[in-house]
Design a protein around this ligand. Structure first.
Ligand code: ADP
Ligand code: MG
Length: 326
C-alpha cells in the first residue's frame, strides 16, 4: 500500500536541508538572504510544465537536475555566482518515491554549485516545477544582452543541437543509432549549466545570453538589445552538433541537422561576444573552466542576422526561434 504523505511531512522529508550561507532557510514565512557588501543580487525564475517542457515518463531524478540546471544557466549568462533558490511545486499526488528521486537529482546539482534551497511552495495539481534562483555579482559587472560591440567575435560554449535531435527521436520524427541517442538524450535531460565559465567571462565578454530557445533566436536577443547585427558561419556551427560527427548521421538531411543546431533549443550553453583582442584570453579562460568554446561569427553594424554557408553564400533564413505562443 502506498504510504500517504502530508504536505508538511513531504516538505520536511524531501526539501528541508540545513542552510549554511543563508541566515534562514525552509520553515518560516520567509527565507532570509544577506547579500555581501558591494554585490548585486541576480534573480531569475524558470518554470517547467509537463507536456510543454518534459515528457510525462521522464526520470524524476533527471527532472530535479534539469529544473535547477535551467535556472543556474540564467545566472551563468549574467556572470553571477549561485547562492540560493526557492522551489514552487505542484504535484498530482504525494508520491514518496517520486519526491525522493526528484529531490536527489535536485540536491546533487545544488550541492555541486553550493546553492541552497531556502524556501518554496507545495500544492496539489498538474506537475509543474518553478524555481527562482538568487545569485550574486559584483555591482555593475553583470554580463548583459545589451553590451555587444561592432567587431566583437561571437562565441558559443559546448555543443548545440543534440538536445533537439534527441527530442525529435523521442517524438518519433527520426531514428538515431543507440549510442548517439544516449549521448544526445543526456544533453536533453541533464544539461550542464556553464556556471564557472559565465563568472570567468566577467570583464572579458561584452555581452552574453544562455541558449535555451535556439541559437539564432537567442543571439537575436543580443543583437536587438545591443542595436547591432551579425554574421555567422555555418561551417563553424555544424561542428557544434556532437552527434554530427557520427558516420551514421548521414541518413538525416543536413538541413534538419542545421535546424537542430541553429534553432533547436534546450541547449543551455552560453552565447557571448568579446572583442577580437580578447581571443586568446577567451580561449585560456574556457580551458581553465574545462568548457570548450567555438567562435562562430562576428558582430556587425548592419542590422539583422546573416548565416553564411560553407562556400561563403548567404543562406536563406528559415530557422524560427522557439516561441511558446507562436
Ligand atoms: P506559507 O503558508 O507561510 O506560505 P507554507 O506552509 O507554504 O508557508 O510552507 C512552509 C515552509 O516550507 C515555508 O518556509 C516554505 O518556504 C517551505 N516550503 C514549502 N514548499 C517548499 C518546497 N517545495 N521546497 C522548499 N521549501 C518549501
Ligand atoms: Mg506564510
Amino acid at each position: 500500500m502506498k504510504q500517504s504523505l502530508g504536505e508538511f511531512e513531504l516538505i520536511r522529508r524531501y526539501f528541508q536541508r540545513p542552510v549554511q550561507r543563508s541566515p534562514l532557510g525552509v520553515g518560516d514565512d520567509c527565507a532570509l538572504l544577506a547579500p555581501a557588501p558591494g554585490m548585486q543580487l541576480a534573480v531569475s525564475s524558470d518554470m517547467l510544465v509537463q507536456g510543454r517542457h518534459f515528457l510525462p515518463d521522464v526520470d524524476p531524478r533527471l527532472l530535479g537536475h534539469k529544473a535547477l540546471a535551467v535556472n543556474l544557466s540564467d545566472l551563468a549568462a549574467c556572470g553571477a555566482r549561485p547562492l540560493a533558490f526557492t522551489l514552487a511545486l505542484a504535484l498530482p499526488r504525494a508520491d514518496a518515491a517520486w519526491c525522493q528521486a526528484f529531490s536527489t537529482g535536485l540536491f546533487e546539482l545544488a550541492e555541486a554549485h553550493n546553492c541552497e534551497l531556502i524556501g518554496g511552495d507545495t500544492t496539489q495539481g498538474t506537475l509543474n516545477i518553478c524555481i527562482t534562483v538568487f545569485g550574486e555579482v559584483p555591482s555593475g559587472r553583470a554580463l548583459l544582452r545589451s553590451g555587444a560591440q561592432v567587431g566583437d567575435d561571437i562565441w558559443v560554449s559546448g555543443n548545440l543541437g543534440d538536445a533537439r535531435l534527441a527530442l525529435d527521436v523521442l517524438l518519433r520524427q527520426h531514428m538515431l543509432p543507440a549510442p548517439v541517442l544516449a549521448q544526445a538524450r543526456q544533453r536533453l535531460e541533464a544539461p550542464t549549466p556553464r556556471v564557472a565559465l559565465g563568472q570567468a567571462l566577467r570583464g572579458i565578454a561584452n555581452s552574453a545570453i544562455d541558449v535555451s530557445d535556439g541559437l539564432l533566436g537567442d543571439l537575436g536577443h543580443i543583437l536587438h538589445a545591443s542595436g547591432v547585427g551579425a554574421s555567422i558561419d555555418i561551417s563553424a556551427t555544424r561542428k557544434l552538433l556532437r552527434a554530427g560527427s557520427h558516420p551514421l548521421m548521414s541518413a538525416i538531411a543536413t538541413s534538419r541537422l542545421d535546424a537542430c543546431t541553429l534553432a533547436g533549443g534546450d541547449d543551455y550553453e552560453l552565447c557571448f561576444t568579446a572583442p577580437v583582442a580578447q581571443r586568446a584570453n577567451v580561449e585560456a579562460t574556457a580551458r581553465a573552466c574545462q568548457t570548450p568554446v567555438t567562435r562562430i561569427g562576428s558582430i556587425e553594424a548592419l542590422p539583422g542576422l546573416r548565416v553564411f554557408g560553407p562556400d561563403g553564400q548567404l543562406m536563406p533564413q528559415r530557422w524560427p526561434g522557439f516561441d511558446h505562443f507562436a
